[in-house]
Design a protein around this ligand. Structure first.
Ligand code: MEV
Length: 317
């Protein structure tokens, strides 16, 4: 008996970091996902077999956080191992790297597989709550945006509030993107803490940047409604500039953004916590996607070619 559950990888298109303070953000599930497979285990515990492909050092660097996350998930789900333990294998086609939701995808996949294995029949909302708890193991005070994309799929408008606001943005067809990996594993907790410190030290400067970030989110939402990919790309590049201003970019991220633009991407920006990790370039159409990905790979960086707007009910590659 092998019982499975999946969690999508994600790419934040607008306003990572700003989202932590309630500024609206736009996130999308991507066509790559983590699968968790549960089988019986002889000892009364959860045994983890992590077979995901990963950036060098990713798994080692995140080991303690992963154990804390799993402990939180088990506690939240009130799983009782007295009738036997469970072996959970993590696999799937989502390559683990900072910024593409690897931690959230693993939390969602794990919650789903445990729900199926123990016959709990949990709803998506419950899975999302559990994954949010699991995410705390990885980055202390997550906004909840990553687990939301990973659970529900699709393209999502997200606002962190007392009761988070989540609206689906409909997209006629998924759009091609390239994700470029700096190869550097980054610590989201540190990145978030750094923004907090600088924001507190420079309230006026940060307020101006935050106001523009909010403005960009609304403009981007409209551009998605209009299917104006050029406008979306332009706003993404501007969003990257704001992320530079709050000091979460890096030399490699800036280089990959510039390179993608040079090869015709409609827009590009860092995605996720920054300070390393990944960029996302908007490259509608397979040809442009190929061209931008090749340019990045020629410089010695890895890429993932996938799509945004991938829905739960299909489009999996
Ligand atoms: C990380 O993928 C996104 C951040 O905004 C942190 C969060 O929202 O929890 C940097």
């Amino acid at each position: 008996m092998k019982i499975e559950g999946i969690g999508f990888g994600k790419a934040i298109l607008f306003n990572e970091h700003f989202v932590v303070y309630g500024v609206p953000a736009i996130v999308s599930a991507i066509g790559k996902y983590t699968v968790a497979k549960a089988t019986p285990y002889e000892k009364p515990e959860l045994n983890l077999e992590d077979n995901r492909q990963a950036t060098p050092r990713y798994k080692e660097d995140k080991k303690d956080q992963q154990l804390d996350s799993i402990r939180r998930i088990i506690e939240k789900m009130e799983i009782d191992f007295s009738n036997g333990g469970v072996n959970v294998e993590l696999a799937g086609n989502l390559y683990c790297a900072s910024g593409i939701g690897a931690s959230a995808a693993s939390c969602v996949a794990m919650a789903r597989t445990l729900s199926n294995y123990y016959g709990l029949d949990l709803t998506d909302d419950q899975i999302n709550d559990i994954a949010f708890e699991g995410e705390k193991g990885y980055h202390g005070t997550p906004s909840g945006i990553d687990n939301t994309a990973s659970t529900y799929g699709g393209l999502i408008w997200f606002e962190k509030k007392q009761e988070n606001i989540m609206e689906k943005i409909s997209l006629a067809n998924p759009i091609e993107i390239v994700i470029g990996n700096t190869g550097k594993v980054a610590d989201t907790t540190k990145a978030v803490a750094g923004v907090r410190e600088r924001k507190e030290a420079n309230p006026d400067k940060y307020q101006t940047i935050f106001n523009r970030a909010e403005n960009i989110a609304y403009l981007a939402k409209q551009a998605f409604h209009d299917e104006d990919y050029h406008e979306i790309g332009k706003l993404m590049t501007e969003n990257h500039k704001l992320l530079q201003q709050i000091e979460v970019s890096s030399r490699e991220l800036d280089f990959l953004v510039r390179l993608s633009k040079e090869y015709g991407a409609y827009g590009a920006k860092l995605t996720g916590g920054g300070l390393g990790g990944n960029i996302i370039a908007l490259t509608p159409g397979r040809n442009l996607q190929e061209e931008v990905a090749n340019a990045i790979e020629k410089e010695g960086f890895q890429t993932v070619k996938t799509q945004i707007g991938v829905r739960r009910d299909g489009d999996l590659e």
